[in-house]
Design a protein around this ligand. Sequence first.
Ligand SMILES: Nc1ncnc2c1ncn2[C@@H]1O[C@H](COP(=O)(O)OP(=O)(O)OP(=O)(O)O)[C@@H](O)[C@H]1O
Ligand SMILES: [Mg+2]
Length: 280
Amino acid sequence: MIIGFLGKGGSGKSSVSSQTAFFANQRKKPVLAIDADHNMDLSYNLSGGELPKVNYFSHSLSDLQRAVGLSDEEKYSEAFLRDNEVRFSLSPLSQQIADYSCVLNNGMRLMVAGPQTDNVLYGTHCSHSLTTPLKILLPLLNLQKDEVVIVDEKAGADGVSTGIVTGIDVGVIVLEPALHSIKAAKQIAELMDFYETPHVFVGNKITSSEDKDFIVSELGQEPAVFLMESISVKRNPSVLVPEWNDELQTLCEKVGECNQNNRLERTIEKFKRNHAFAHA
Ligand SMILES: Nc1ncnc2c1ncn2[C@@H]1O[C@H](COP(=O)(O)OP(=O)(O)OP(=O)(O)O)[C@@H](O)[C@H]1O
Ligand SMILES: [Mg+2]
């Protein structure tokens, strides 16, 4: 299952996605973690600050285009507008994933978008282009039942509007007990509804029952779980936090329950819809 972590800046996407990855890894599930944010917090958390040598996947677009039968000039969306039999997988490991990932000491596989490239810094490419390869990879990734893919997204609605959102099975929208964090979470949820991507909310950085009440009242519903403020998450984000154990278990169950297993169909539908809109 591919789980995408979204939410307002600083709400806790990288912390919660890192803990979920540690949790799944501890339960012997094969984990592919994808760091789609240029700040690389997920990568540093999962590697304990010692990121191994890795080819940033922001450079993988041509390889993926070639793999699905597209030329460099063709738009990635073409992969979903015509019949395309190519699929990627973790077992057996597709060459394109092997080439643009590393294996961490704890056994998890990690893909990293990487920092801004010269193309972005000199203004010839938009920074969103660094994660464009995911738009091909994620929808076409065939997973075994217990394989878990964790995607740590950029802050705010950016993670949705860049189009990766149909490539995830379920979105985890992380929010803190702050008005704008909850507002952003609702906006993200609306965008995900537009693409029919299932999602759950996580209320993070909870310090009191008033925090919980505030979230429920502003969000209009109970989040899937509440996560307490944790000193260890703050100071030592590279280890599994024992006090979140029950909540992470519940989160994984609730995420599993809303998975509709229709990722590729949703992506094809989305690109057909966008294509029809653009040519109307
Ligand atoms: N439950 C928590 N308890 C204590 N500190 C937390 C908790 N969750 C997150 N933090 C802290 O809040 C800050 C932001 O967390 P994090 O980097 O996970 O958020 P983010 O949404 O990924 O941010 P960004 O938008 O910059 O990527 C970090 O300093 C982190 O240690
Ligand atoms: Mg982050």
